[in-house]
Write a protein that binds this ligand. Structure first.
Ligand code: NAD
Ligand code: DAU
Length: 357
């Protein structure tokens, strides 16, 4: 049975990934989830796995060298899937320091701990791998047109967040090049789906609309993001982990470019359609809620991923059409209003104390 060390597994993509993996492999894998539970980490996302013999949650900061080395000494880790990060661009503009600490130094710490545990006299123990979960934002920004980010596109980050992710990627590359360290890097476009913290565009707009609050659209609303359903990302990570050529970078994306304002309009229309006639919220969910606000500083204009390499080498392609994925997502938030109120009130932090202490 393989043991997966998942960092940041209580966050949005990490928790969806753990759901995906247990659904796919059932009791055939063990997952150790190391997460320090920042404001973005919510162990409630994984409550159905608590108590299982093959799931272990460790509340720990990836920057804590001794603690991370202890995890590798205590367990025979076969795979590291490194999600843990500060992930929100707006927060990085206000407070970049924690982004450098977690995203850069935390990654270095993990690389060192894995290298120490996996090294042998003439290389590495067999069948070990580290996967750095990165982002298309490291490539910078595209103008409108028929152009895409490829794995060969030069790194050109603009925000403190993307600069910290690019630095982490460069450290992983340095370990690959210098030490032949067994690793891959995936660079994915914008994810959407269940369990996303409502600071990011899609859950923020859903949550605000349901409460009749203004829907803030930055700048002219015409910035473009390339949206991918989170479970498709989880599948891509698993496939790269199992089939990716060592040392390679793989872009992950859905050829699903949308302007922000299109997303906001679509959420309003879908909510209006899904809410029952007698729901009092239905009346106030209209386009009048849209409010154009000051633009994000250094706002990247357009992201668009070319997922050609992962498709041709590994056979991965996105499976969830946007129309279906956004509906599934909105339905999930409607059904899980308690999750949203725990997250927005901070109530979810009490869950950890009740559950684990
Ligand atoms: P998230 O903010 O929802 O979750 C991050 C998780 O990391 C949280 O559970 C948090 O508690 C944990 N964490 C933060 N600092 C930590 C530390 N020092 N030690 C241990 N745990 C810590 O983020 P997400 O959206 O799920 O993104 C996960 C990864 O995927 C990130 O590396 C991000 O850069 C990358 N990514 C995200 C997207 C996206 O659209 N969200 C797209 C491409 C890549
Ligand atoms: O591209 C991958 C990246 O996608 C990930 O690496 C990041 O971790 C993730 O946060 C996301 O970054 P973005 O900055 O693209 O996502 P965000 O949801 O913050 O914003 C999406 C777009 O919507 C962006 O153009 C800014 C705009 N926006 C965002 C918010 C929160 C608004 O117009 N209004 C808002 O209130």
């Amino acid at each position: 049975m393989k043991t997966y060390l998942v960092t940041g597994g209580a966050g949005f993509i990490g928790s969806n990934y753990i759901h995906y993996m247990f659904h796919k492999y059932q009791d055939g894998i063990k997952v150790i989830n190391v997460d320090s539970l920042t404001y973005a980490g919510n162990p409630e996302n994984l409550k159905e796995f608590e108590g299982r013999e093959n799931y272990l949650f460790i509340k720990e900061d990836i920057c804590n060298k001794e603690a991370i080395q202890r995890v590798f000494q205590t367990y025979e880790i076969d795979r590291v899937i490194h999600f843990a990060a500060e992930s929100h661009v707006d927060r990085s503009i206000r407070n970049p320091e924690v982004f450098v600490s977690t995203n850069v130094l935390g990654t270095l710490n993990l690389l060192d701990a894995a290298k120490l545990a996996w090294e042998t006299e003439d290389g590495y123990k067999e069948d070990k791998k580290f996967l750095q979960v990165s982002t298309d934002e490291v490539y910078g920004s595209l103008e409108e047109g028929n152009n895409y980010f490829y794995e060969t596109t030069p790194i050109d980050p603009h925000s403190p967040y993307s600069a910290s992710k690019a630095s982490a990627d460069m450290l992983v590359k340095a370990y690959i090049d210098t030490f032949h360290f067994p690793a891959n890097i995936t660079r994915c476009s914008n994810n959407y789906g269940p369990y996303q913290f409502p600071e990011k565009l899609i859950p923020l707009i859903i949550n605000n609309a349901l409460q009749g609050k203004k829907l803030p659209v930055y700048g002219d609303g015409k910035n473009v993001r390339d949206w991918l359903y989170v479970m498709d990302h989880a599948k891509a990570i698993d496939m790269v982990m199992e089939q990716g050529r060592l040392g390679q970078v793989y872009n992950v994306g859905g050829h699903n470019e949308k302007q922000n304002i299109e997303i906001v309009n679509l959420i309003i229309e879908t909510l209006a359609e899904l809410l029952p006639e007698n729901d009092p919220r239905k009346a106030h969910i209209t386009k009048d809620l849209i409010s154009y606000v000051e633009d994000r500083k250094g706002h990247d204009r357009r992201y668009a991923i070319a997922p050609d390499k992962i498709r041709s080498e590994i056979g991965w392609a996105p499976e969830t059409m946007f129309a279906q994925g956004i509906r599934l997502t909105i339905e999930w938030y409607l059904k899980n209003s308690e999750w949203m109120s725990h997250v927005t009130s901070g109530e979810y932090q009490k869950y950890y104390n009740d559950m684990y202490q």
